[in-house]
Write a protein that binds this ligand. Structure first.
Ligand SMILES: *Cc1c(COP(=O)(O)O)cnc(C)c1O
Length: 428
């Protein structure tokens, strides 16, 4: 249990057997310590004993503007005193109205409707259901096959697992997943292969395909694999030619991660549906939105109840979460947070030549430890995690892929600390 690491002794970490909590994406059998956090501030997670850990991965990619943002906290407090939860069928409230209005300002007119839910996985499920239901309602057609990219990740629910890459994540459930047709990852210089593969699939069975779902520009869990914006243009144009809905899962990339507010803004197209969640509240409270076109919405608009969209979560558009989203969108006025993303990206540029195969995009810096392909269960990942943590930095490599993706408020001094550790990493 980390006995070889002296520094950690000052941490008051839990004997996890006594906790009875089953943690996510966590192998309890390894007996690695679980740390109790008592408060957070900016880029720091502060342990019970006052150790300040730099959150180099934005607490699993959700935190954009920094922990404990006073403006968002105040908005949440005020809303909490007014109401906590209200049924969202037949009722609405100010924080939801404000969020919808403010979000619309950042989006193309083509996006006419916003459907709220409560997590990234769910807003992807909603998108898939919306697309497939569109063809059913409008043309009485079952177009239930989905196209997705190899190495992709769309969440841990069954729809998310089905569209995500076949991997150790979903192996036992393989037979329970619905059919997904896959196109290869568009590696730089080989993009034509991906585009051709999609065209071939469409030529063969576009009639059965309801949607293509993609993580724009970065395959996150797949190992921070980047690709070029023109690929989105090409895949979109093919989708329209063959009448397939084009869904972008911006759950990770949304709200500035790639240097623009939404990743698709770097392409020339506007998708039919986008999925937003992680940064929607600045990373404070769980909320999600699936944004779609009037064309899709119109297929559900009828006097006939059987044509409505049959989806809801109990906590859909929770007022307190919506107040956080609304406050976050205020902080996005004039896209101010992008200045910090640029500052971080400029900092990364000064470090690029220190690492083999390093790549950067917006707030993301990534490289493979041994130049190999990504492998999630590579044991080197755990060793690196331990090394960073003992130095008060939270980085959680994806197998042998190390990446940095901090909250945008991170100080250069903290970046120095992270890169000092990366540059002086021992051989694992
Ligand atoms: C994190 C993530 C999800 C899942 O979101 P949850 O809120 O964890 O359910 C889906 N898609 C992408 C691209 C993600 O990064």
């Amino acid at each position: 249990m980390y006995t070889n690491i002296k520094v950690l002794k000052v941490f008051n970490f839990m004997d996890d057997d006594s906790l009875k909590i089953w943690h996510p994406f966590w192998q309890h059998g390894l007996k690695e310590p679980i740390f109790e956090i008592k408060e957070t501030k900016d880029e720091f997670l502060i342990t019970k004993d006052g150790n300040k850990i730099i959150d180099g991965i934005s607490s699993w990619w959700v935190n954009t503007l920094g922990h404990n943002n006073p403006y968002i906290v105040q908005a949440v407090k005020s809303e909490l005193e007014l109401m906590q939860q209200v049924i969202f069928a037949g009722f609405v409230h100010k924080p939801a109205i404000d969020t919808a209005k403010k979000l619309k300002k950042f989006l193309h007119d083509k996006f006419s409707r916003i459907f709220f839910s409560d997590s990234g996985s769910i807003c992807v499920e909603v998108a898939l259901k919306m697309a497939v239901g569109y063809y059913f309602n409008k043309f009485n057609k079952i177009k239930s096959k989905i196209v997705a990219m190899e190495h992709s990740y769309h969440g841990d629910t069954f729809g998310g697992m089905s569209s995500g890459a076949e991997s150790v994540f979903n192996l036992p459930y393989k037979k329970m997943l619905f059919e997904v047709l896959r196109i290869p990852y568009p590696k730089e210089g080989y993009e034509e292969i991906t585009i051709k593969a999609y065209e071939n699939i469409l030529k063969k069975e576009a009639d059965n395909i309801g949607a293509i779902v993609l993580e724009p520009l970065v395959l996150g869990s797949g190992g921070m694999m980047f690709y070029k914006p023109f690929v989105l243009d090409e895949l979109y144009n093919l989708s329209k030619k063959y009448d397939v809905m084009f869904i972008l899962d911006e759950v990770m990339t949304g709200f500035g991660r790639t240097g623009t507010m939404f990743a698709f803004e770097q392409s020339n197209i506007t998708p039919d549906i986008i999925c937003l969640s992680k940064g929607l509240t600045g990373g404070t409270l769980p909320v999600a939105a699936t944004v779609c076109t009037e064309e899709i919405y119109s297929a559900y608009l009828d006097k006939d109840k059987s044509k409505m969209f049959f989806h809801s979560s109990s906590y859909t558009a929770n007022p307190v979460c919506m107040a956080a989203a609304s406050a976050n969108l205020d902080l996005w006025k004039d896209k101010k947070p992008l200045d910090d993303v640029k500052r971080i990206n400029d900092y990364y540029k000064t470090k690029l030549d220190k690492f083999k195969n390093a790549r950067i995009l917006g707030d993301i810096f990534a490289f493979e430890i041994d130049g190999n392909q990504n492998s999630y269960t590579a044991s080197v990942g755990s060793k690196m995690y331990e090394y960073f943590l003992k130095n008060n930095v939270l980085l959680r490599p994806l197998g042998n892929t190390v990446y940095v993706m901090p909250p945008y408020c991170i100080k250069n001094e903290s970046l120095d600390k992270i890169f000092n550790l990366l540059e002086n990493m021992p051989a694992f």
